[in-house]
Design a protein around this ligand. Structure first.
Ligand SMILES: Cc1cc2nc3c(=O)[nH]c(=O)nc-3n(C[C@H](O)[C@H](O)[C@H](O)COP(=O)(O)OP(=O)(O)OC[C@H]3O[C@@H](n4cnc5c(N)ncnc54)[C@H](O)[C@@H]3O)c2cc1C
Ligand code: SF4
Ligand code: SF4
Ligand code: SF4
Length: 412
């Protein structure tokens, strides 16, 4: 799609779901909806649209705009750290080291506000504003699915224009979209980009909730993707049900995490993420310091350690101002990124061949069958429930066949 071809937006092939188009439209004609494949895409109310073309012109995924990405500092010299929160409760309830909360608490204490992602309900993460530590608590923890940012960049601009301090945290594509929306630097804005290897299809979450509600006979109330009672390295996915019960699964056995981490059902744009490189869009970048146990076994690894990059002078200052709440240990970028270099500096990657099949199986099948067909059994998937249902029969049959062949060979 080119600017000349259409005056109102349709999601381009590499749409990240950043919702910039929904924020720039002054007629409120663009909303973000789930596509059939389970990704946030824009939908235009053509009655409200006046065909000004601004949404198309602004879209960061349009080829011309991909060359104009927005960085915290064009000549970034990155300072990197391993870090964790001194408050043990915050530390435990954050995805990694709880650095986000330390930064956000400072902004709130100075009378500012924080924009980040909260659960609206069990299936829907959305951006929201926090002005108190209680509201901030809802932002803690990663929600591993697309969060809707419609209307949020406007709300950020409104707060900035009053002179209030604002912290915005989101994925790199969302921070880039905010910068493009604002079109100028604000001294009172601090941006935090959360490193991410990709946004999984929302179909996985829908099927996941459906599966556990059926299995447990009670609606799911809340999901925590990083439950650390067995430690950060062996985090669990925990589900709270309406009947008061909580059940959890180790991440490497959990169907949601297995599909997410397989990278077979991510948004197309994420395979070739234009934002996964240095310089970065945020003043500060946060991720997990995977592999820290090998280099710093004496750090509090049980509750998790964050990998932190300060990519601008503003980001560095904000981190140093948190020293009362944070343990901030200088460490080289090579070391903090060693186990997942690609989330910081992504090489060009093809969209996996099996992605379309995986998404179509997710749409058609219950979760257990879909996971089995996508991850475990590429070839005999259609029939393997037969082998699985009667294993003894097939074992005996195989034994008999083997004996028969051995006897035949002996006779020869
Ligand atoms: C989709 C996704 C994929 C990720 N993949 C990786 C990865 O491959 N490697 C890695 O090292 N780290 C990854 N992370 C980041 C990691 O999980 C932690 O969020 C990060 O280490 C910060 O942790 P924290 O303890 O400082 O704060 P936390 O309190 O855990 O961080 C919460 C912050 O994350 C933001 N957030 C939560 N969910 C979303 C969402 N859906 N969209 C946008 N922002 C969100 C909140 O606004 C809040 O600011 C990913 C995060 C997300 C959301
Ligand atoms: S990339 Fe962002 S601005 Fe472009 S269509 Fe998608 S959601 Fe809209
Ligand atoms: S063309 Fe203009 S009015 Fe129409 S959806 Fe885009 S920004 Fe809104
Ligand atoms: S991988 Fe890139 S495009 Fe995808 S959600 Fe993360 S920052 Fe956005």
């Amino acid at each position: 799609m080119t600017t000349a071809a259409t005056k109102h937006i349709t999601a381009p092939e590499n749409c990240t779901g950043c919702a910039l188009c929904a924020n720039v439209c002054s007629k409120g004609a663009v909303s973000m909806v789930w596509s059939e494949a389970g990704f946030l895409v824009p939908a235009v109310d053509t009655d409200a649209c006046v065909e000004c073309g601004l949404c198309v012109k602004s879209c960061p995924a349009q080829e011309d705009n991909l060359k104009k990405l927005h960085y915290a500092d064009d000549n970034q010299s990155v300072v990197s750290y391993g870090a964790w929160n001194r408050d043990s409760s915050v530390h435990r309830h954050s995805s990694s080291g709880g650095v986000f909360t330390a930064l956000a608490e400072n902004v709130i204490a100075a009378g500012g506000c924080v924009f980040g992602v909260v659960w609206k309900d069990k299936l829907t993460p959305v951006f929201d504003k926090a002005e108190t530590p209680e509201q901030l608590a809802r932002m803690r923890g990663s929600k591993y699915t697309h969060a809707n940012a419609a209307g949020i960049y406007r709300a950020v601009r409104h707060e900035l224009s009053t002179g209030r301090r604002v912290l915005f945290s989101g994925t790199s594509c969302q921070v880039n979209a905010l910068r493009q929306f604002l079109r100028k630097e604000y001294d009172n804005l601090l941006t935090v980009d959360i490193v991410c290897h990709g946004m999984p299809s929302h179909l996985i979450l829908e099927k996941y909730v459906e599966h556990w509600e059926k299995e447990c006979g009670s609606p799911v109330r809340h999901i925590s993707f990083r439950e650390k009672s067995e430690g950060w390295l062996n985090y669990h996915v925990a589900r709270n049900h309406e009947d008061g019960s909580t059940r959890s699964t180790e991440h490497h056995k959990d169907m949601y995490m297995r599909l997410f981490l397989s990278d077979l059902a991510l948004n197309k744009a994420c395979y070739n993420c234009p934002y996964a490189h240095l310089p970065r869009s945020g003043d500060i970048t946060l991720g997990d310091f995977w592999g820290v146990q090998q280099v710093h076994p004496d750090w509090p690894i049980r509750e998790g350690v964050s990998a932190v990059l300060a990519t601008s002078a503003k980001g560095q200052e904000a981190l140093l101002n948190c020293s009362a709440a944070l343990n901030l240990m200088p460490e080289s970028f090579e070391t903090i990124s060693a186990k997942q270099r690609a989330v910081y500096i992504r090489p060009k990657k093809e969209v996996p061949q099996h992605r379309a099949r995986a998404l179509s199986l997710l749409k058609q099948l219950p979760l257990t069958s879909a996971v089995h067909r996508i991850l475990e059994c590429d070839y005999c998937g259609r029939f393997c429930f037969v082998w699985r249902s009667f294993p003894w029969f097939f074992y005996k049959l195989a034994q008999k066949t083997k004996n028969c062949i051995t006897r035949c060979l002996r006779k020869k």
